[in-house]
Design a protein around this ligand. Structure first.
Ligand code: NI
Length: 184
């Protein structure tokens, strides 16, 4: 099942999502739907609040970039109840987009290295360290679980300048090739 993507202006994107239990109903099909929805909208990551579920799950798949960066060849995963820890001081600026902020791309400063613990889709407890693009995707998706969007992490003046475009997104005036909705 493909879900519409919940966009900016929806209160659920501002909520702190809740952890789930291993017996969460239809967890396997939910995760598979999240992957399908992400592929349909050509995204590299998708968090459950973006499909209208305020729970702590996100999925990522950057394997399509493996030609340019072989390091990404197995970066397709589901993260359940993740806990994120920043490693080191190093930060990196990169251009980012978000399915919930259609057609907006901005430079975002993020930490270069993280450690993440989580349950995978088979409920195996996992601990991993990531850096570079993978760490960036993880931080972006993890933010969604805490009600944070990438525009919250840009220069406040720059964010002010984007106000009109953000309002347009909230009014569904920005057209994209995937289905979007505002969840009131
Ligand atoms: Ni996003």
């Amino acid at each position: 099942m493909i879900y519409p993507i919940v966009v900016y202006g929806s209160p659920i994107l501002r909520q702190v999502a809740k952890e789930i239990d291993a017996d969460y109903p239809n967890l396997k099909s939910l995760i598979s739907d999240m992957f399908d929805t992400m592929y349909k909208s050509d995204g590299m990551g998708l968090a459950a609040p973006q499909i209208g579920k305020s729970i702590r799950i996100f999925v990522v798949d950057a394997t399509s970039l493996a030609d340019e960066d072989p390091d990404l060849k197995d970066f397709k995963k589901a993260f359940i109840n993740p806990k994120l820890q920043i490693l080191g001081e190093e930060t990196l600026v990169m251009n980012e987009g978000c399915l919930s902020l259609p057609k907006l791309r901005e430079d975002v400063d993020r930490h270069n290295k993280v450690r993440i613990t989580y349950y995978d889709e088979h409920w195996n407890y996992t601990e991993e360290e990531y850096e570079g693009l993978k760490a960036r995707v993880i931080q972006h998706e993890y933010d969604h679980l805490d009600g944070i969007l990438f525009v919250d992490r840009i220069n406040p003046l720059r964010k002010k300048l984007l106000k009109g475009r953000l309002n347009d997104i909230a009014k569904l005036k920005v057209q994209v090739p995937y289905k979007t909705k505002v969840l009131k």
